[in-house]
Write a protein that binds this ligand. Structure first.
Ligand code: NAD
Length: 544
């Protein structure tokens, strides 16, 4: 698949030609997509918006340069959508809503089926764009798409999930409760899962009969743009899904606009708290997934090699830039001796280009993250933590990666609450090790942390696992599973400081968030039937 792709200069030429038209094409197609990093001097792609199923050249005067994290060459430019362009997107979503709401659920399901098929076909294309813009390895980027695809697959079950309740409450009188869509829903996304997070919300927003205005992270818009193209191909009518770009001004416009009835946000604490508070004050529904600090607790009865493999994958995969990455290892009792094995294996992991199949982890998203991580490491070491594996300075040998934001697996032991490495979400391949003597101490530590996204326990005892499960106050618990993200037949149930709102993403909670209940009580007296019999139809009823 990859070998058939066009080289970047050819893509850039295509983009240059198209930029003079109002309607533009994406920089990639099913068969032509990047397979390598850009070169200095390559023309960056100019990101369009997506409104009424068309990619439109934006008139903005404010543009952000987006750098490839592996090289720091500029690969694309993303606009700050102007007020007029934001109005156009919201207006198109609002206008499309009545017809889409009234489109039968079986037709919406048909669109969802087609979309799933197109996502599968375009998996490698989306993954390659993620590698270029976000930096993760190609295999990991395929995983990013797959976890989103699974939500889209679950959305095809909307014909079951949206069933209401009916009861004959009195003779010839029934009450039915149905769930209706809200209207226009805005989705605001982070940089670390360019495909998965937009797909956490878009398939269910539209399957439930809502329309959407989506703001991808300004740092990684490419995957969401392809998703928009595929939605249109799948038969989503114009206006049902629209994409806008930019930073705070775009988010503020989405929060303030009365036509937008709900906000779904995934990202950091600061933006999430602001969006939740402002959106709620305006009477909107808001669900906000925030930051995290996920602990893995290992007990002496655990399978050591299973544990060592799991911790390295969960701490250093995606360069630690996963909201469910394990960033704290809690060794209980003598398992602190196992850290030497963790270090040995972590030191073998290879930092490199996401396009290089031998790389285990790619770069951080930008130089600022690298600098911040360095200062957290320095500060924690100054306060008593021990740096037993230092990944600073690691990068691929090739000259073009000299300025990339690479950081190799880094491990700090003797970490304690109060150290920045423990207290802050680092979002980098840095594992902090805290040692405690008992399981109760470990539970106390985890429950005292402000975040509640994920936790994992490694043990061979069902009884100890049961003890842990009942006492731990974290929304997503794994037992011998390092990253316990539930598949979409359940919901993503981060809790405490990792979530604001009442109803989580996807699963039953997701559908409840995106719909409002209505009860209809009807009385049809059967005693009034005159006894006429209708002539039966002999053709097969199809219920379109
Ligand atoms: P971010 O908060 O910087 O950005 C997220 C979105 O909010 C972006 O679209 C951005 O443009 C917008 N934004 C940023 N600051 C804003 C502000 N002040 N006002 C209005 N909008 C603003 O997050 P990020 O750096 O893109 O993503 C990383 C963060 O996301 C990490 O903290 C990570 O834990 C979190 N995350 C959480 C989950 C989860 O499910 N809990 C999943 C993925 C990522």
């Amino acid at each position: 698949m990859l070998s058939r792709a066009l080289k970047i200069p050819q893509l850039a030429t295509a983009a240059r030609q198209l930029r003079f038209q109002t309607t533009v094409a994406l920089s990639s197609s099913l068969t032509h997509y990047p397979t390598n990093h850009t070169q200095p001097g390559d023309e960056p792609y100019i990101t369009p918006s997506f409104v009424n199923n068309k990619f439109l050249k934006l008139e903005s005067t404010t543009w952000y340069d987006i750098h490839d994290p592996a090289t720091n060459y500029v690969v694309l430019r993303v606009p700050q959508s102007t007020p007029a362009e934001l109005e156009e997107a919201i207006d198109s979503a609002a206008k499309a809503f009545p017809a889409w709401r009234d489109t039968s659920v079986i037709k919406r399901q048909g669109v969802a089926f087609k979309f799933v098929q197109l996502l599968r076909e375009n998996m490698d294309r989306i993954a390659s764009v993620i590698v270029l813009e976000q930096g993760k390895t190609f295999v990991d980027a395929q995983g990013d798409v797959t976890r989103g695809l699974q939500v889209a697959e679950a959305a095809v079950n909307i014909t079951n999930d949206l069933k209401g309740e009916t009861l004959e409450v009195s003779t010839d009188m029934e009450t039915k409760m149905i769930r209706e869509p809200l209207g226009v829903v805005a989705s605001i996304c982070p940089f670390n899962f360019p495909a998965m997070v937009p797909l956490w919300s878009i398939p269910l927003i539209i399957a439930t009969g809502n329309t959407a205005v989506v703001k991808p992270s300004e740092r990684v818009p490419g995957a969401a743009m392809i998703i928009a193209e595929l939605l249109a191909k799948a038969g989503v009518p114009p206006g049902v899904v629209n994409l806008v770009h930019g930073k705070h001004d775009t988010v503020n416009a989405l929060i303030e606009d009365p036509r937008i009835k709900a906000l779904t946000f995934v990202g950091g604490d600061k933006a999430g708290k602001y969006i939740y508070e402002r959106g709620s004050a305006l009477g909107k529904r808001v669900q906000a997934n925030l930051g995290a600090k996920n602990h893995l607790v290992v007990l002496p009865d655990a399978d050591k090699s299973q544990f060592v493999n799991a911790i390295n994958g969960a701490a250093f995969g995606a360069a630690g830039q996963r909201c469910m990455a394990i960033s704290v290892l809690v060794t209980v009792g003598k398992t602190k001796e196992w850290v030497a094995d963790v270090v040995k294996d972590a030191a073998q992991l290879k930092v490199g280009s996401g396009f290089d199949s031998s790389s285990d982890l790619g770069p951080l998203i930008n130089p600022e993250c690298l600098t911040r991580t360095d200062s957290i490491i320095e500060d924690s070491v100054k306060n008593g933590a021990k740096l037993v594996l230092d990944g600073r300075g690691q990068k691929p040998a090739e000259e073009r990666f000299a300025k990339g934001n690479f950081l190799g697996p880094t491990i700090l032991t003797d970490v304690k609450p109060g150290h920045r490495a423990y207290d802050e979400e680092i979002f980098a391949p840095v594992l902090s090790v805290v040692n405690v003597e008992t399981l109760d101490e470990a539970i106390e530590l985890v429950n005292s942390n402000r975040y509640g996204n994920g936790v994992s326990l490694f043990t061979s005892s069902g009884a100890l696992a049961q003890y842990f499960n009942k006492r731990i106050d974290v929304g997503q618990v794994g037992v011998n599973v390092p990253i316990p993200v539930p598949l979409p037949m359940f919901s993503f149930t981060g809790s405490r400081g990792s979530f604001l709102g009442d109803l989580n993403f996807y699963g039953k909670n997701g559908i409840t968030f995106l719909t409002k209940p209505k009860t209809i009580t009807s009385s049809w007296k059967s005693s009034t039937v005159a006894g006429d019999i209708l002539k039966p139809s002999t053709s097969m009823p199809v219920h379109q």
